[in-house]
Design a protein around this ligand. Structure first.
Ligand code: EPZ
Length: 423
């Protein structure tokens, strides 16, 4: 195991380039299951979740070569349509192999992903959509057993109690592109990562309209070809670096971003009083006066609302923002494992159901803390950067699941952080 040792109190300085989006890369990698032709994906970040997904594709018998940020896939001859528990249980996104396997191979055996610390992570909407397309789906021994004689287009409402489902939409979309006839998906997710997936499917020959809106229209085709695609930049990594600059009151330039995917985060930061200039794909955070920052209320919502994947990082900043701020987590009401850890650093946070009430403090103090999920670990690193003294973020594998060498990027910006092995 490893921990990240963070010596706080130092301002950051310089430029950082945003990596490719993890949450776009993962479903796009599974899109290769829909074709017999070669696929090349550029700009794929180097992180654990990508490695896991590549292992899953290789497990199906696909030839996958990862060369830096390029992943080349030759579907060649599949030997299996089974995604085993030992792989799926480590990364929920692997569940989105189900739709393409059903669409292309008309059968699949995929382990249920199970829950994680941010919540139970159900898949009822995925299964509802695939059943509506005509798949026979049984759940046995922790596995989803799915088969079909041929999927047929239909109308599906895919909204759940927490709104739309990102990977649920991806799964149903990737099944529908090879179904017979037209499929209409209502309350589809609009996240930029799904729009990127739709762009890949269109390159493969799929017929899709309405991507990026809650109403997706798909006209099934008989066959899909290969593709070459560069994934969009990671809006959550870019947002995490915006917060790193704000919480350390640093001037930072973030390049290779898509500010047009980050409206809610930019708006909320400006409401706090953080000065961010946007020019094309570059964002510049200016030094501010943190004592003049204003407390705000944040509610996490499906895109284009404030992203749940930025909630923990925003909380770290609000722990240092004068006044009382309230965060309401509407996507994963239990996504607050970072609260107790921030409390160990002197943060004043009171929980009321799915709301966190944060009383800003002048200073946070370094302490040993435990990462619990990939975004909470990022929040603890941010808090450490702004703290007096040393912070040790344990169970660093959580951070490595979602960020491409973030510690090296922080060192290049002047942060004093380093990894250490723990027992
Ligand atoms: C994606 O997960 C992201 N993961 C998550 O990012 C992100 O937090 C989440 O979307 C929400 O934006 C990837 O893209 C790989 P959902 P996903 O289905 O698709 C409920 C990260 O940090 N729901 O949109 O699994 C669910 O419980 C990760 O990179 C059902 O009720 O999330 C949640 O409350 C963490 N039934 C809400 O919907 C279902 O069948 C949104 O979940 C599916 C979901």
């Amino acid at each position: 195991m490893e921990k990240l040792v963070v010596y706080g109190g130092k301002p950051l300085k310089g430029k950082v380039a945003v990596s490719g989006s993890k949450n776009a890369s993962l479903p796009i990698l599974t899109a290769a299951l829909l074709t017999d032709e070669k696929c090349v994906i550029e700009g794929v970040p180097n992180l654990r979740d990508i490695t896991t997904m590549i292992r899953i594709l290789r497990n199906f018998g696909m030839k996958v070569i990862q060369d830096g940020h390029r992943v080349s896939i030759d579907p060649c001859k599949y030997t299996s349509t089974e995604a085993p528990y030992k792989l799926v249980s480590t990364m929920r996104a692997s569940f989105c192999v189900l739709g393409p396997l059903l669409g292309k191979h008309k059968k699949a055996k995929v382990s249920l992903p199970g829950g994680c610390v941010i919540g139970p992570r159900p898949v009822d909407l995925h299964l509802k959509g695939l059943r509506a397309l005509g798949a026979k789906i049984d759940v046995e021994g922790g596995y989803v057993l799915a088969k079909t004689r041929g999927l047929r287009g239909t109308s599906i409402y895919l909204g759940g109690s927490f709104g739309s489902s990102v990977l649920g939409t991806a799964n149903v979309l990737m099944a529908a592109v090879l179904a017979k006839g037209r499929t209409v998906i209502e309350n589809a997710a609009c996240e930029p990562e799904l729009v990127d997936l739709a762009h890949v499917l269109l390159k493969m020959g799929a017929k899709i309209q309405g991507h990026g809106t809650p109403m997706l229209i798909v006209d099934g085709v008989r066959k899909l070809g290969g593709f070459k695609h560069r994934v969009i930049p990671d809006r959550i990594e870019a947002g995490t670096f915006l917060l790193a600059a704000a919480i350390t009151n640093s001037e930072l330039t973030i390049t290779g971003a898509r500010p047009d995917h980050m409206g809610a985060v930019l708006d909320k930061l400006r409401e706090v009083g953080v000065q961010v200039q946007v020019r094309d794909t570059t964002m510049i955070v200016r030094k501010g006066n943190p004592s003049k920052y204003r407390s705000v209320d944040v509610v996490t919502l499906p895109y284009p609302g404030f992203p749940t994947d930025m909630q923990a990082q925003m909380m770290a900043l609000l722990c240092r923002t004068p006044g009382i701020s309230i965060i309401t987590e509407k996507i994963y009401p239990d996504r607050y494992m970072h609260v107790a850890e921030l409390g160990r650093m002197g943060a004043q946070i009171k929980m009321e159901g799915a709301c966190a009430i944060i009383q800003g403090v002048d200073r946070l103090k370094g302490a040993p803390v435990m990462a619990s999920d990939l975004r909470a670990s990022a929040a603890l690193v941010l808090a450490g950067l702004a703290s007096k003294g040393t912070t040790e973020v344990h169970r660093l594998y959580h951070l490595d699941r979602g960020y491409d060498r973030v510690d090296q990027k922080l060192v290049a910006l002047g942060a004093s952080v380093h990894r250490e092995k723990t027992d």
